[in-house]
Design a protein around this ligand. Structure first.
Ligand code: GLU
Length: 505
């Protein structure tokens, strides 16, 4: 590639960010970094009716969480500012007017009421080469009439005049050659009555002005591409057109159709990157971040939704992804979303993470759950001990709270059925022995425990589970003697005594 690679993620701020959108961000980012190029975020807010307050800030927060920050954007500035299309409004009209002059677009004066009437009376009405001759536009009206309407500032739009029966095509980086017949696409609006461009005009003009070399977007945009190709051909020349890749859909777990927000609600998993609250309805949609995913895991599983490096490798850091990513290895077919697999990635990433990396994420979770952490060294030891047992970040609360406060409840029923005097004597002896211990370290504690069991002619396994329940409250947690070591002598003995007293009742 001789030109500097420049790619863009071009979201419309209309709500929360679906994982499909997040994967588009990721593939843009990986491609840009792989080629030492630029990653740009452009806000496509030309549809004022769909504008949702807070959505833009939310998008940038998602990117920040994942560490996929752009070099140029409304937040980061850049040579091609402004990066918000509503602030570029004045730039687009000249291109639409140029197309009208060249006979490639036309003014349409049909009022919203007239259009509504058409839609009601003509099934599947489309403003197109089949219908445009029966409408009120600069192709059907006389030049004089048009000039008059324009002079009177009568609201009008500019529509592309789709040519009759021509083939337009391009080579998609994922799909190969894609061709369309121009008769099949309607005469899309390019400039709206309020002077705002539509997406179709704005995307082409901005990709040109911002020197975009590669444009990656969801597969749902494929049907619009003939319009975009024609605009490129008419306005800037196909040689300047970016290379396109239309990314495959992310499918429902059963593979039947596109994964939607509603599937997540129905099946109990998040579909958005972060929690999103609809400002109008107050409805909350769950996000991966709040569900307890690490950004490393989130990125990792997103990358594998539709891409692999040709080997069996599944765990990739962002650095490795940058190194190995290529658009040619993205599959054409949709990728099925599998929440269990997503959780597996998170578990792997929690295991791989260092205590140092985890502590700032885990600490607030524990504090929010009402756990006091006064001793940072102890906190770090606990993370190291329990991290392999945590699949989602909130699991740290359950897995580690007993280290900092005595268990709220002791699962006494798990001890009672097999409890007997012999065991009671063993624990009474254990307390005495541990009280005398001068080192409080897990190996020594385990050895003396086993020696005492042997001397008492008791199988260590028979008293190990009761000890665990005494210390933890239930049948979970890391190695018992590691727990005892962290709890310390006094607390360990107190917890054993406490359960013994419960067993006596
Ligand atoms: N604004 C479009 C969207 O919201 C972007 C499509 C594109 O990247 O060209 O999906």
């Amino acid at each position: 590639m001789n030109k500097k690679v420049r790619v863009r993620f071009a979201p419309s701020p209309t709500g929360g960010l679906h994982i499909g959108g997040m994967r588009t961000v990721l593939f843009n980012y990986l491609f840009a970094k792989h080629h030492n190029g630029d990653f740009i975020v452009r806000i496509e807010d030309t549809d004022q009716n769909r504008f949702v307050p807070g959505a833009e800030a939310y998008i940038f927060e998602c990117l920040k969480w994942c560490g996929l920050e752009p070099g140029e954007s409304v937040m980061h500035g850049g040579e091609f500012a402004p990066y918000r299309q509503s602030e570029r409004k004045e730039m687009y009209r000249q291109y639409a007017e140029q197309l009208v002059k060249e006979g490639k677009a036309y003014y349409a004066f049909d009022t919203p009421v007239e259009l509504e009437e058409k839609r009601k009376t003509v099934p599947n009405f489309q403003y197109s080469q089949a219908t445009r001759s029966g409408m009120k536009n600069s192709l059907t009206l006389s030049q004089d009439a048009v000039n008059k309407l324009l002079a009177q500032n009568i609201p009008h739009v500019i529509r592309i005049k789709m040519p009759h029966d021509e083939t337009v095509g391009f080579v998609d980086m994922i799909r190969g050659a894609v061709n369309f017949n121009t008769s099949q696409t309607d005469d899309k609006v390019l400039l709206k009555a309020d002077g705002m461009p539509t997406y179709h005009l704005a995307v082409v003009v901005d990709d040109y002005l911002m020197k975009i070399t590669h444009a990656f977007r969801g597969e749902e945009w494929l049907p619009s591409s003939p319009v975009h190709i024609l605009l490129w051909q008419y306005l800037f020349g196909l040689d300047n057109m970016p290379e396109w890749a239309h990314l495959p859909l992310i499918l429902k777990p059963d593979g039947k159709g596109k994964l939607s927000k509603r599937d997540g609600d129905r099946l109990g998993f998040p579909v958005f990157a972060m929690n999103w609250t609809d400002p109008k309805t107050g409805e909350l949609t769950a996000g991966f971040r709040e569900r307890g995913f690490l950004p490393e895991a989130f990125i990792n599983f997103l990358a594998l939704l539709g891409w692999n490096d040709g080997t069996e490798q599944e765990i990739f850091s962002l650095r490795e992804l940058v190194e190995k990513f290529s658009m040619e290895r993205v599959h054409k077919a949709g990728a099925k979303f599998d929440y269990e697999k997503a959780k597996w990635f998170n578990h792997e990433w929690i295991k791989k993470s260092t205590v140092h990396g985890l502590q700032s994420t885990v600490k607030p979770l524990l504090i929010n759950a009402g756990i006091e952490i006064n001793d940072d060294e102890k906190f770090k030891t606990v993370i190291e001990l329990v991290k392999d047992r945590c699949t989602l970040l909130p699991d740290f609360v359950q897995q580690s709270s007993f280290f900092f406060q005595s268990p709220e409840a002791i699962d006494i029923n798990a001890i009672k059925p097999k409890w007997n005097e012999h065991k009671e004597q063993f624990f009474a002896e254990l307390i005495r022995m541990y009280q005398l211990a001068d080192t409080w370290q897990h190996e020594a504690l385990e050895n003396s425990f086993k020696e005492l069991a042997a001397a008492s002619q008791i199988k260590p396994g028979d008293v190990l589970l009761p000890l665990r329940i005494m210390l933890v409250g239930g049948k979970f947690g890391p190695h018992v003697f590691n727990i005892a070591e962290v709890l310390g002598k006094e607390e360990t003995i107190n917890r054993v005594k406490h359960t013994l007293s419960l067993l006596e009742q």
